[in-house]
Design a binder for this molecule. Structure first.
Ligand code: ADP
Ligand code: ZN
Ligand code: ZN
Length: 811
């Protein structure tokens, strides 16, 4: 028996299946989709079986093939569909096949988790008699497979057969599962300067303390669990205890987040009587679900129009057909509220995949899917790879969200993968948004997706009143505060009425750079060409790309002036200003700093929900999916910061953000106001957002895209090169660029090589080539050839090259 196997060597030369012989003892276990260990050159590698045949192809002598050494799982983790999908992704996104496969599997299956043997209940007496001791042990307890291999080498060879006939099972046991609800966290009590000082005075033997301090210099605001300290940084409790005794760190008992649904029973919730509009929208969706044939819909509905109820109903009909449903949400809107709505409706049929789960918990959810214990998966981007066998519906909520695009290899877009999967399965694809991506809406207007509109809020609740404030006029009126007079007034009003508000800052720390007022010197990262961001809590400046952190200098390194300080507005600064202007105001700040610990995101939200805060203050993070009945004011500070990004989607993103934030206010009985503060009130994205007018925005923005040659009129491929030496990276970029230039269609535009907008990251210089094309049917094939030519040149050079098809991040 021959197995065709792709191996975990992600370069294009090895991007094809290799043949291995299957030894007889493994043949009961191996299947297409199995994960295996095979010898490859001098190494042992993980691989995946993509085909099995009785004989070798092309008359190769079977005896010359190497043997498969191990089959890793009792049942293959890859279904036939996922395997096919991974092959398609490899072609579509120009990544190694094996990389696409790995993106589909939970991290546990890539790590070094221990595997254990468990005897099943019905032991066969005959086998027990044959292999006495091992079975006696197994009857008492589970055994680690590695130990069995050592102690019982003969029986070890029989294990695949036993698994095959159901006598035993094997499974991974993941240590990271959190069993305790209380955990000890360590946090640093020293300022960065003090840390530097202590570091200088430590004896050479105080290795663990040094590591702790270096860690806190990098992450001054964070806490680390004692477990993490031990497992990841090799620091034991006694070292931490003596640091605590010296007053350098504090060890605190912290309530940790665990599966918040584990000990809850949900009361089944009845669905509402649908509005007329919801019925109209549901009719064609349900018809397609009944027909079990491919269909795709774009549900364009304002926030609060009842889209989620439509999704839930569609899922119910899918389950009634005996099929399964995948529901994708952007990571950030995978809130307990959202999950609750699913649990209330579908109970234990739901698996939830979100990033706050530990690896072990994720693996558990994934196994529920592959064992067919659930019928619905709710999750972020990668949930599109749920190993269901009979997908009947894929819902993508907030389909315009850029988090559906993966920014590392494989650089896939979940919407595109979903489309493939829906077609492959004869399933329904239902995308929803209040502000569809231009690409999606354009396809819908051309009939590729059925367009369904829900222009009104449920129960005719009015859209919030939007007020645009021109901040230039505020300045003329001598108001130098970051709050306009109108916003100030409205905040005071809500405080008096005890209503809640959200205040939204475009991008965390976007312009909180440190600059010298005397000479104009700015603090930049020494590894990356971007400015450092000021963090008030510990007076440090930090690079958001590589984590490089320094203490805020007291004097300008350039001219020694004392007038060096931070500029611009970060969430911390807004918080400070609110406290100053409204004494006693209770602010809950949500940004990357306050939500880095697992579960903190949910904790802060539930505090706000319980009324423990007047203001929810934050970045992008608070713009989406939240539904708080008592919020009647949404304030947007510096609405236009996102307009000035070097990104052709800047206007679209601004429109989306303003619409989303506006949607947070007045969703329930109380009516709401939205205040948009801007320096460019005349910009069309701001004008149309004010009027809740998506179609008008779409028209204007499409004109721009046509004029500038960007999607949806053109498609893009971004190729980025990086290396420590400028001449080397330029040469590499030219090798690939020249190859392409000679071969692309005359209508295709090839830009570059030029330095990337961020020209250096982590001491590597970056160059890029951009391909803009309309009629280039074989673009992936062309790029594959170009990659091969480049890799030939690159053998000695080690230039890193990435290809991003339909890129979102153009930096
Ligand atoms: P969207 O997903 O479009 O923002 P939701 O589905 O969350 O809208 O609905 C907004 C609010 O209206 C929710 O509180 C929801 O429970 C309620 N709602 C939705 N449909 C109905 C209906 N047919 N009758 C009564 N309330 C509804
Ligand atoms: Zn200076
Ligand atoms: Zn950096």
């Amino acid at each position: 028996m021959i197995a065709h196997i792709i191996v975990d060597v992600p370069v294009s030369r090895t991007n094809r299946p290799f043949d291995y012989r299957v030894p007889a003892w493994l043949s009961p276990l191996i299947q297409v989709g199995s994960r295996v260990v095979v010898p490859f050159g001098p190494r042992k590698l993980q691989g995946y079986v993509v085909g099995i045949s009785e004989n070798t192809e092309h008359g190769v002598d079977e005896d010359r093939l190497k043997d498969v050494e191990q089959v890793m799982d009792d049942t293959p983790p890859l279904t036939a569909e996922l395997l096919k999908m991974s092959e398609w992704m490899s072609g579509q996104y120009l990544c190694p096949w094996v990389t696409a496969v790995q993106a589909m599997l939970p991290a546990v299956l890539k790590g070094k988790a221990q595997k254990w043997l468990t005897a099943s209940d019905q032991l066969d007496e005959r086998i027990c008699a044959n292999s006495g001791l091992l079975w006696e042990l197994l009857r008492k307890r589970q055994l680690p497979l590695a130990e069995v291999e050592k102690q019982f080498p003969d029986e070890y060879m029989l294990i695949p057969g036993w698994i095959h006939s159901g006598l035993i099972t094997t499974e991974y046991q993941v240590k990271d599962r959190i069993t305790k609800k209380q955990q000890s966290f360590v946090k640093c009590l020293l300022s960065p300067e003090q840390m530097m000082e202590v570091l200088g005075s430590l004896s050479a033997r105080a290795d663990q303390m040094r590591r702790v301090l270096e860690l806190f210099l990098q992450h001054p605001a964070d806490s680390f669990s004692i477990q993490t300290m031990r497992d990841e940084f090799g620091v034991n409790r006694s070292a931490l205890k003596s640091m605590e005794a010296k007053g350098w760190v504090a060890i605190e008992q912290v309530e940790v987040y665990r599966d918040p649904y584990a000990n809850r029973r949900f009361v089944e919730r009845k669905k509402p009587a649908f509005t007329l509009r919801q019925q109209e929208v549901l009719a064609p969706i349900i018809r397609s679900i009944q027909e079990s044939s491919y269909a795709s819909f774009l549900l364009h509905g304002v926030t609060g129009s009842g889209k989620t109820e439509v999704y839930l109903e569609a899922i119910e009909h899918t389950l009634a057909k005996g099929r399964e449903a995948i529901f994708l949400v952007p990571e950030i809107s995978l809130t307990p509220q959202m999950v609750e709505r699913f649990k209330e409706r579908f109970g234990a049929d739901v698996a939830v995949l979100h990033s706050a789960l530990s690896q072990g918990e994720r693996y558990d959810e994934w196994r529920k899917i592959i064992r067919k214990q659930v019928k619905v998966v709710v999750g972020a981007r990668s949930a599109i790879f749920a190993p269901f066998q009979n997908v009947g519906l894929i819902v993508i909520d907030e389909e315009h969200e850029s988090s559906y695009k993966q920014e590392e290899t494989p650089r896939y877009h979940a919407r595109e993968v979903a489309l493939w999967r829906a077609k492959e399965n004869g399933a329904v694809l239902l995308m929803g948004s209040a502000t569809p991506a231009l690409e999606t809406y354009a396809l819908a207007t051309r009939g590729r997706y059925t367009l369904l509109e829900m222009p009104d809020r449920v129960g005719h609740r009015p859209m919030p009143q939007v007020h645009v404030v021109d901040m230039r006029e505020e300045l003329h009126a001598e108001n130098r505060s970051m709050f306009s007079r109108l916003l100030h007034e409205m905040i005071a009003d809500r405080l008096k009425k005890q209503e809640q508000m959200v205040i939204f800052l475009n991008r965390r720390g976007f312009s909180t750079f440190v600059m010298c007022r005397s000479c104009g010197y700015t603090l930049n990262c020494i590894h990356c060409d971007i400015s450092l961001t000021y963090h008030k809590s510990n007076h440090t400046a930090r690079c958001h790309y590589c984590g490089y952190t320094i203490a805020q200098p007291a004097h300008c390194p350039e001219c020694q002036s004392e007038h060096i300080r931070f500029f611009g507005t970060g969430t911390q600064k807004v918080e400070a200003e609110l406290a100053k202007l409204f004494p006693g105001i209770r602010v809950i700040r949500m940004d990357v700093d306050t939500t880095s610990r697992k579960g903190s995101h949910e904790e802060l939200l539930s505090k706000f929900r319980q009324g423990q805060g007047d203001v929810l203050l934050g970045t992008q993070m608070i713009a989406k999916g939240l539904d708080f009945p008592r919020v009647t004011l949404a304030g947007i500070i510096a609405a236009d910061t996102s307009l000035h990004l070097p990104d052709f989607r800047a206007a679209e993103k601004t429109f989306q953000l303003l619409t989303q934030v506006g949607g947070r206010a007045g969703r329930h009985e109380l009516e709401g106001d939205v205040v948009i503060q801007t320096y460019t009130p005349e910009h069309y994205s701001i004008i149309h957002a004010t009027r809740h007018d998506y179609p008008a925005f779409y028209q204007d923005e499409m004109l721009q895209r046509r004029r500038t040659g960007y999607p949806p009129y053109y498609r893009l491929v971004l190729i980025t090169f990086s290396h420590e030496d400028v001449p080397v990276v330029i040469r590499g970029a030219h090798v690939l660029g020249d190859f392409l230039r000679q071969r692309v269609a005359s209508t295709t535009i090839l830009l570059g090589p030029v330095a990337s907008p961020i020209a250096r990251v982590k001491d590597r210089f970056r160059f890029q080539i951009m391909l803009k094309y309309r009629d280039e049917p074989n673009v992936t094939e062309l790029l594959t050839q170009a990659t091969a030519a480049f890799e030939e040149w690159n053998k000695q050079q080690k230039v890193l090259m990435t290809i991003d098809v339909d890129p979102y991040v153009l930096l």
